[in-house]
Design a protein around this ligand. Sequence first.
Ligand SMILES: *[C@@H]1O[C@H](CO)[C@@H](O)[C@H](O)[C@H]1NC(C)=O
Ligand SMILES: [Zn+2]
Length: 848
Amino acid sequence: MSLLSPRWGLRRSLLAIGPVLLIAPLLALKQHYSLPEPEISLFDARTGLPQISEARILGYAKYLSEDIGYRTVGTYEHALADDWMVEQAEAAKRHCESVVKASGRRLECEVWRQQGSGTHRFDMMSKRLYKSYQNLTNIIVRLSDGTPEGKAHALLLNSHLDSTLPSPGAADDAISVGIMLDCIRVLVDTPGWSPAHAVVFLFNHAEESLQDGSHLFSTQHPIAHTVRAVINLEAAGTTGRELLFQATSEEMVEAYSHVPRPFGTIFANDVFNSGVLLSDTDFRQFEEYLDVPGLDIAIVGNSYLYHMRKDLVENIEAGVAQNMGENTLALIRHLTAAGSALPTLKAGFAHKRMHMVYFGLMGRFFIYRFSTAKVLYGALFAGALALARGHAVGAGVRAVGTGILGSMLVPNLVALVMQRGLGKGMSWFAGGHFAAIGLYAPATLLGAMVSQLLVPATDEKAVFAAIVLLQAAAAFGIQLLNIGSAAAFFISGLPLFASLLLNNVALTTRRGEVSLWAYTLGQFLPLLTGTLIMVPTVEVFVPLTGRLGDVPADNIVASLIAFLGAQALPLAVPFAHRFGRQTLRRMVLVLAALTLANMALYARRDVFDAMHQKRLFVLHLENVTTHEHHLHIASADGAPGFHELVHDIMTEFAGLQTAIEPVVMDDYNSDWDSLYPFSAFLSPYKIELPKDASYASPWIAEGTGFSLEAVDDVTDLVAGTRSLTVKINHPGLIWTVIAFDAHVLQWNLDKNPPAEFARHHVKEASFYKADAWTLELVVRLPASGERGIGFNFIGLQEKAMWPAKRAVKEQGGPAMVLFERLDAWLDEKTGGTVDALLMGCVAGTAVV
Ligand SMILES: *[C@@H]1O[C@H](CO)[C@@H](O)[C@H](O)[C@H]1NC(C)=O
Ligand SMILES: [Zn+2]
């Protein structure tokens, strides 16, 4: 039986195990990319029962994102979407009532349009921030059995109708709006369906303005207190299976395990909770103000289009809506049925931490408690210890440790050379996650191999045993810290352990000999699960580097691939010791040549293309205090070529004659307050625009201009305080922001302003034409006796956002004239590889 023999050479061994091992990633990819067939008809032709219809869902998404368009909070289109949603909800209610009348079902459909104002603190990116909103709306539909008991405990479904500043938001989040509407239809049309517990559909109309709609519902709606759990539907991409990326109760994970196609891992949960993704959803408001557990689910594939102009229905992959719709429907049915855990979910939730491991693997969904995990992983660790006895484990551990170091170091060196050395950073960006893996995976393997030249030749079985031991130790140790992601080490440690055990018991006669079978069996599952973790992770992180600011993107992506790659291919290290030094040197040479060729090849690639665009941020800013007009440009990535692009734009559009320097971005750069605190990621440039003598500014007109003033202003010299109401009038401007320095003692934003002199940022978002707001302040008078407080204020012209307002460009003033030209010029100049967010801003300063 020659397969047992180590005398087979490298080539023959690879030929024997390679094809089998190739099956593992292929299986993983098949699972990762599988989506159901989209359904067109509303009813299943065989059973006659209603079914989720992708065609109908996408019809809604298309209406919202194209017929209405960019639904930015405060715009006319935002108000149109509000009207439309009320019509849809009323139509659903009428249909429901006719069904009930005909069948006598225990079913009641109720509709609310909530409108209200409020304030909340919304810290993000380690910045303290406040929101104030006026007259924002939500549309709510509740399905129940019509009884008080049936309404006492409700499941909340949430999606948002609005879209963000530069995006029509077909996936984010119109598709979820469509899914919720289609779920209502299917439930109402299902003969005999009557929920034991109510389901509340919240079509919230202000998420992108920093979660004002969900705050409004949670803090002010009369039925908010009945909510026991929430399912939030979101998108940060347009393709693939929707991902469960946050789960905060064991019962909700259990419910999720019943959906037709679960895709969620404790790993994604841990990554999201670590905050590295810098994203945030309405889920946060429900946690904070309703204090309920839930599931946060989002479409995440192809995140290049997230918050871009191309977030359109035509770019949503077929099957995405069907999949998300069917999963959502299953969750609603499960959680509203008699016997569901729903009524018990809220109690004690705040004190309970989720202690559950969960992941989907080849069509099965595994859930177990942390306590079980500790026993399992502990047992594996004990087994691994027993198996390691008698081997030179010390030498094995040293080899593996050096291997891990090498596999992290070499890709990072390649990253440094690419980004700093050659100036070819982010060369993989347009190619997506596979391109990134293509560059850094061979480098990782090279690192693992070359590092083995630095340790003494070691018995391959000792190295194998050391890997089993280290995987088991990692699983056990990390789980002891109550980090569920430890499962990744268990899932690869277990088959490694089993195959080594099998090897010892059945496959070999001589000590120190590892059968090729042991390699094949031991490596199969780690490769499969490794691919299942690596592909979606890199798929999320690669587009993220396009909006993270000027960071070492190549090193971030290289480290990620190195870490996950080493985890997917743990047996590379013992394999390096199988054939002796000579062969190892040959392997190293081949991999080194491959890595170098790769670098040469990638250095020639373009970073961006038409479907993987660069994000550009452009402001046309009119200052009502100084009467100057400026052009501001910034990018949110570290790709090469930006400075040159800005130079060309400035020369072409602002008559630039000198060199340009980036301006400082900090809390005092109020020019970018509309994007605060995301603005921290931008590297901005600024240049004054030539004056147009014929221009008469509408923003300085008495009474109808943009102004900030103090009213009810009372100074108490004895107490050393001053109380005032700051009034901001902003007709025609939306998303106003004020920033000021003061030692605030009291305000109407919350109960505990910082007890010191500090800079404050307050952002407003309101319904269309709600164009005034106030801030009530009591401040401590400074020792200097200087009473005035300096305010920066800024807003966006409702009619000067390109391309959202292309249809009414005549009303957008000089900003829109510039944007139309600039956008066409950019398209031509960059070959359509730039997506520019073009906003007309009006700003000023005032000491009051
Ligand atoms: C909000 O709506 C109410 C009622 O329609 C209206 O009286 C009020 O002026 C609105 N607020 C703003 C800031 O426009
Ligand atoms: Zn969203």
